[in-house]
Design a protein around this ligand. Sequence first.
Ligand code: F6P
Length: 320
Amino acid sequence: MKRIAVLTSGGDAPGMNAAIRAIVRKGIYDGLEVYGINYGYAGMVAGDIHQLTVDDVGDTISRGGTILYSARYPEFQEIEGQQKGIEQLKKFGIDGLIVIGGDGSYRGGAALTKLGFPTIGIPGTIDNDISGTEYTLGFDTAINTVLDSVDKIRDTATSHVRTFIIEVMGRNAGDIALWTGVGSGAESIVIPEVNFTMEEVVKEIEDGRKRGKKHTIILLAEGVMNGNDFAAELEKYKSFHTRVTVLGHVQRGGSPSARDRVLGSLFGYNAVQLLEEGKGGICIGIRGTQIVFNDIIETLETKRHVPYLSLYQINKEISF
Ligand code: F6P
């Protein structure tokens, strides 16, 4: 292996730059040439590919977003797009690829693997919804960003004795709501992975109020329903002086946490090593403190991300 490339695709996530930096630096340290592909798979197909130097990734470890830009490119699901992508890689003399992203990015990586192109996947998404890893790049920073906002919201919720529904991202996964719910002591956590009834939520609010609580925080995952619909449902049962905050894309930005910088560095370093060992078709993850390697096709086809659901019950027992 002489020349490798890296791209980021799907929603950006803090820590992607740390991974890109590690890939470039480790690759060059080992005598490889490292290329960056702008705008994910769209850039690959368009040939938006350029060599990266040691200096290109200087001062990037602390920056949010992705210096390689990102894009969602559904056309890459088609064989024509995949073949065009491989043609471009070959035109640039690239023999191995690292993709950093979420589910869609992994699907692209799996397709390239099936076509015989050595590809490694690094899980990068704030949603933490990728199988084959306990944590994805960006999740830790995102939950810290959410917590910072929830702490501020609680001040005003208390002053006005209000119920706040805080809608957080996560697509179909509840990890962001689950972890920030526990981290903020939310009275209620509503996530797609656990069935709930409005009666339960009403009871949680009322129990808190009876004990003299001045605020109620409900952490709602966007995968359940949007915050305004949830508020309308709740109001059908009882009026709680409710306000809705949709945190939105603020959750995707910002300087990566220490954990995401280290995780990005570890993932990037290991991805290069795998390609150097002639291995492709692998996605990298972390379990406990161990970096783990899984078959990317099998992981997509047979494994499903399961959130750390014990947290849900624990929160019920400590945040009432
Ligand atoms: O996958 C990351 C994510 O931020 C999800 O949490 C969210 O549902 C989605 O991307 C938003 O996508 P976009 O930025 O394309 O609107």
